[in-house]
Design a protein around this ligand. Structure first.
Ligand code: SF4
Length: 351
């Protein structure tokens, strides 16, 4: 088994990007299979618990108060709404419930409410993840004490390109929060966004920053920019799809034991492109019709894709059984799944 390294150089990662695509995918797929069952894909659901009016100016984000995107602003959701949404996600087969709040950093009374949500979601038997902006050390410790499993805080892009994307905080601010989360003893979910008109060197720089952290994030979401009208990146040129696959593959090779997640932007990806990403080592998706505020492939389409590719939701079988979905709720091979109605189209239909 290849060792897990934290001393990658940028040149090494750039050289991986330069490999012939099929060689790169083969290498990434081999690394993936050393650490994971390549059939298994972890399934998370994301709920926006507080939407819009964010004081930050992230150029990709429709929730920033700096841009007119027509987004409906929502205050912090009531606890019972969050609990019901988590129960629904569990019934649909998700194993982790992620809660996102559009804050620069939470006030202490905001954190009180988030902690109640974390505890309610945990009582349902789901893993929990929160993304709520920058944290002080004491705030991270409070979240850890509440039982929060993961804190999401993305590095977004390379240190060099960061100032082109966000001016209201620095790359170092991000690293400080990540250190606070680690020091508190929580798992880290941290990745970035590609397709923001960055150079390949910035994609290398992003993955280098992630792969040289003292501990790799347990979860690495790789987002493809969703170009939202009204944001500064609305007219960014689209990223060449194979370049996205390369990014996934290099992330897999550089962080072999991390879960690499296809996150925002999956809505616009063909099934074939997603399949290539799974081959290149992606092993997690967000499931649900919305990712915070942008569209995500409909749940049924995801299930059909899992069935066609013979993928299974990691740890989702029990959740499916409990919900009366049977063990095939998340992508048993179509031919093996008793609940498939149409074998000709390989469509996995749930009762
Ligand atoms: S990405 Fe997060 S911090 Fe940035 S504007 Fe959007 S909600 Fe605010």
């Amino acid at each position: 088994m290849d060792p897990i390294r934290h001393d990658w150089t940028r040149d090494e990662l750039a050289n991986l990007f330069d490999l012939p695509l099929l060689d790169l995918i083969h290498r990434a797929g081999s690394v993936h299979r050393q650490h994971f069952d390549a059939r298994e894909v972890q399934v998370s659901t994301l709920l926006s618990i507080k939407t819009g009016a964010c004081p930050e100016d992230c150029a990709y984000c429709p929730q920033s108060a700096h841009f007119k995107t027509g987004l409906d602003v929502e205050r912090l959701l009531p606890l019972d709404v969050v609990r019901a949404s988590a129960a629904q996600a569990k019934a649909a087969g998700a194993t982790r419930f992620c809660m996102g709040a559009a804050w620069r950093s939470p006030r202490d009374k905001d954190l009180d409410a988030v902690i109640e949500m974390v505890q309610a979601v945990r009582e349902l038997g789901l893993e929990t993840c929160v993304t709520a902006g920058m944290l002080r050390a004491d705030q991270a410790q409070r979240l850890q004490a509440s039982g929060l499993d993961y804190y999401n805080h993305n590095l977004d892009t390379s240190p060099e390109y960061y100032g082109d994307i966000i001016t209201t905080r620095t790359f170092e601010d991000r690293l400080d929060t990540l250190a606070a989360v680690r020091d508190a003893g929580m798992k880290v979910c941290c990745g970035g966004i590609v397709g923001m008109n960055e150079a390949r060197a910035d994609r290398v720089g992003l993955l280098h920053a992630l792969a040289t952290l003292p501990r790799h994030p347990e979860s690495v979401p790789i987002n493809l920019l969703v170009r939202v009208p009204g944001t500064p990146l609305a007219d960014a040129p689209s990223l060449e799809p194979f370049e996205f696959v390369r990014t996934i593959a290099v992330a897999r090779i550089a962080m072999p034991a991390s879960v690499v997640r296809l996150s925002a932007g999956r809505e616009g990806m063909s099934e074939e492109l997603q399949a290539l990403c799974f081959l290149a080592g992606a092993n997690s998706i967000f499931y649900g019709e919305k990712l915070l505020t942008t569209d995500n492939p409909e749940a049924e389409a995801d299930r059909r894709l899992f069935a066609k590719l013979g993928l299974v939701g990691l740890g989702a079988e029990k959740a499916g059984e409990k919900a009366g979905l049977g063990a095939g709720g998340w992508g048993e091979k179509a031919s093996d799944c008793g609940k498939v109605a149409d074998s000709a189209t390989q469509e996995c239909r749930l009762p």
